[in-house]
Write a protein that binds this ligand. Sequence first.
Ligand code: PMP
Length: 355
Amino acid sequence: MPKVRPDLALFGAYHSPQVQVEVRLNTNESPFSPAADFTEELFRSLSSADLNRYPDRMAKELRKSLAELHSVAPEQIFIGNGSNEVISTLFLAYGGPGRKAMTFEPTYAMYSQIARITSTEVIEVERDREFALGLDEVVSVQEATRPEVVFFCSPNNPTGLDEDPEIISAVAQDENTLVVIDEAYGQFASFSALKLAQNRSNIVVSKTFSKVWSLAGLRLGYLIGPEDIVANLWDVCLPYHIDTIKQLAGRLSLERVNDMEGTLDRILAGRDEIEGALKRLDLKYWPSSANFILFRGPDGLGDRLWQALVDRSVLVRNCSGWPRLKDCLRVTVGTEEENARFITALSESLAELRS
Ligand code: PMP
């Protein structure tokens, strides 16, 4: 047997532990199932779909619906199995040996993970203690290293903060740089880089159905960008990679924007509720533009706080051992009941640890 490539054996995969608990607030999905009539209609449409045939390779109808939603041309839309596949396709087309990708740490771990898998060099720029970026530093690192691709994440996972549009624009001034803005959590924020992307030849924005659209289990994401970049992505992806079920589900979802907006309102109300509790409990947290909130446990007790929550059957993401995130935990906004369970468990856990 050949051994795995030595450069791959050096790092562990990115996985959130799947502990058996009653309240799971660790992976930033929507806590709400899709509406019953959506599922019924999906099943009905599926019963007349030709599943013996390959799907429409270019997902024309779904792209048309997405193009209408965003007022762009269908040729400006690439689709992936989740936005993770969008990111990996970007690396296949624009990364690789001899190429560089710039990330702003801490950020979503998949950028550097896929960079390494594709032998793309990673240039890491540090955010400050409050996770903000400095324009001068970003531009000077860009000028010194000349990365082919730069990844912004807005709102940023795991901090929940929006990226600064001024910095995105400054980086995009260099037309030899492809600027990616990952808006997986874009609907929860007031800022979208889509406006910046208009009329620019080097900005792309990726989005997903996994969060506010309540379809994480279906794996559907997409990218909006200039036609030539989008065409390159369609060239490197596998044939027929977007299956018939996904294409149908995506189109049916887009006919139900009201459902999505209802979900959004409930999640935003839940976010306010949790932020209010974090404030009352005197914990440091970062006001979030996403469907999750990063907060810091008492000094040196991040791991113990996470365990105390698990002991109360509440699972959040333990970031306390990650670089730059000492004692930090990340909680996803859940249903009203789940949020209440989290808040009670948190206040009991803190009382236990502080006594
Ligand atoms: N981007 C960011 C910032 C994320 O947090 C996630 C999900 N954790 C993704 C992309 C990928 O989501 P999906 O593949 O489900 O679209």
